[in-house]
Ligand binder design. Sequence first.
Ligand code: FPP
Length: 240
Amino acid sequence: MDLNKINIPQHVAIIMDGNGRWAKKRFLPRVMGHKKGVETIKKITIRAHQLEIKVLTVYAFSTENWARPEEEVNYLMSLPKDFFDSFMPELMQNNVKVTYIGNADPLPEETKAILDKAIEKTKENTGLILNIALNYGGRQELVEGIKAISQAVLNHDIKPEEINEDLISSTLMTQHLGDFSEPDLMIRTSGELRLSNFLLWQIAYSEFYFTDILWPDFSPADFDQAIEEYSKRQRRFGKI
Ligand code: FPP
């Protein structure tokens, strides 16, 4: 199929799962799976750019991932540095803009600084948005949104009857993505059939694509296959 002629999703969100199992199969430490997983993000970012996708959101660390062994958490927190140190020239060359969703407060200072630097350096880029979800949780995002709306009601800035879907969307971390804040396609690798607290509000009408392929093995051709499958689906948004 000619990917140039098919219906390409504008926002693709990915739950990059299976790094640990990839490493285990090779008798390697789990972190080696994450290391290989970073290389996959690079390849898929370039492919998404080539396909003229507008937003690629990658779930790099959930609010629940802190419960992993300290060594693994520390390693995951060090990955943005490896990623941007080695990939920034290509991101710039390909006009990719980096953005962030999640709660940055508990992140190590160095991780925060690296992310801020990447966001700042790429902020004028106008191509693909690579939106990194790090210490992100969909429920926590909604809690913060509800707090903001409650405060606005208490301050008499809005009336309860003025609360609507647009207002709720505007309190979410994906607000900066404007018209593309809701994923058209959500991909999860490694055979797990769960949402794991990812973009709960935004995913209401997304198409889901699950594959058994482990994230470190997920190739641009596999990504194309997901896009092809998406293009065959008929999205009805509740209508007939
Ligand atoms: C899930 O695999 C993967 C993660 C929890 C981390 C994903 C993170 C990356 C690929 C790198 C992020 C880096 C940047 C630059 C944003 P798992 O460990 O749960 O695998 P398993 O289910 O097989 O154990």
